[in-house]
Ligand binder design. Structure first.
Ligand code: CP3
Length: 349
């Protein structure tokens, strides 16, 4: 750890991830640094997406915004999972409104082979490490800082499909038709992700989360082939910080993921606390799982639904969060009601 970092005042998240008994569960929200905040939209109008991501001063400012305005117990660095594809030499564009696009997606064995692990890849991500160090200083020990990366399967989906999709069937077809190329790409992404997450920890990330946003498109057998071995390699090779694995929609693989050595597993709102706890055993943390759309309910209902969530998970080994990213049309007051309800919770009655 860099001894120059200010000491941490709110260590609820770190104590929870270490399996300790806590006064109340910590709370943060996936995509908490984003479009539902008016100040973020002002910066969005001023700078293109990847300028915001690649400028450490802007990334720091955006990361700290929800800490000042909403009050969660952790910050998550403002960046994107797709920067890893850029570091592998792939052009990625982000158009506000239409999402990411890759002008030349990988569609052949030759194109797959051109993507290689190279020592210089990680250097292309040095701006993320600068942003993490700068953010640690700016947070001044108020809350811990979370770093993140996309899971290999999810990045593979974008790399082949070239854009967002409900089914990613081009990516799945490629994996079926060119299994060796798929394995090569997943391995190259895994190697870079291990270096990237360890570099994030060196630069100041105190926790790291791996987002497997499209794992829910896989059957249990496909998950074992295309997702789990790479998630396992990542968790096994991360040093110096606890890992949270969030494989959205993969309730069927919770017990396998609990064996990886991850400190916590994220779940979405289609999985109940009781189901997840029974699947993972009593030592690992669970994180989630408020339906992001439920934040659009009137505030009194947000409060009731948040309390129900807390009652179902209980106090320990639990990180209150949404079941996926916050939606852009959530009024900040509603996000605050969610966070405040967790902070005021006094345990299962
Ligand atoms: O959580 C945070 O506050 C940190 C910031 C963060 C962003 N992207 C910023 C962002 C994180 C953790 C991500 C991860 C990410 N990016 C994921 C995994 C999480 C998930 O939601 O499943 C994925 C799949 C992506 C890829 C991506 N980036 C898509 C599909 C899109 C467009 C759709 C959308 O939600 O807007 C983005 C753009 C993006 N990344 C925005 C933000 C704030 C919105 C665009 C903008 O601000 O101009």
């Amino acid at each position: 750890m860099n001894p120059a970092f200010p000491s941490l005042q709110n260590d609820l998240l770190l104590r929870t991830l270490a399996g300790q008994t806590v006064e109340r569960p910590p709370v943060w929200m996936m995509r908490q640094a984003g479009r539902y905040l008016p100040d973020y939209r002002a910066l969005q109008a001023q700078y293109p997406f990847f300028t915001r991501v690649q400028t450490p001063e802007l990334a720091t400012q955006i990361t700290v915004m929800p800490i000042d305005q909403i009050g969660p117990d952790a910050a998550i660095i403002f960046s994107d999972i797709l920067v890893v594809l850029q570091a592998l030499g792939v052009e990625v564009l982000m158009e506000t409104g239409s999402g990411p696009s890759i002008p030349q997606p990988v569609r052949s064995a030759a194109a797959a082979k051109a993507i290689q692990s190279r020592p210089e890849n990680i250097a292309k991500l040095s701006y993320v490490m600068e942003a993490l160090t700068m953010t640690r200083m700016a947070l001044n020990g108020r809350v811990p800082l979370i770093g993140f990366a996309g899971a290999p399967w999810t990045l593979f989906c974008y790399l082949i499909e070239g854009k967002g999709s409900k089914t990613f069937d081009t990516a799945k077809a490629f994996a079926f038709q060119e299994p060796e190329s798929a394995q090569h790409l997943l391995s190259v992404i895994t190697d870079l992700t291990i270096d990237y997450l360890n570099a994030q920890i060196q630069a100041g990330a105190q926790v790291v989360q791996v987002f497997d946003s499209w794992a829910g498109l896989l059957s249990p057998a496909q998950f074992e082939q295309w997702a789990l071995p790479y998630l396992q390699a990542i968790v096994s090779n991360i040093q110096g910080a606890p890992v949270i694995l969030f494989a959205k929609g993969s309730w069927y693989a919770l017990s396998e993921m609990a064996q990886t050595g991850a400190a916590a597993l994220g779940i979405d709102w289609t999985t109940s606390a009781a189901f997840a706890r029974a699947a993972v055993g009593s030592f690992i943390c669970l994180q989630g799982n408020f339906d992001p759309a439920n934040l659009l309910a009137p505030i009194p209902e947000v409060i009731l639904a948040t309390r129900e969530m807390l009652d179902s998970f209980g106090n320990d080994l639990y990180i209150a969060n949404l079941g996926h990213g916050i939606l852009p049309n959530v009024p900040p007051d509603h996000a605050r009601a969610f966070v405040d309800t967790v902070k005021a919770w006094e345990g299962v009655v």
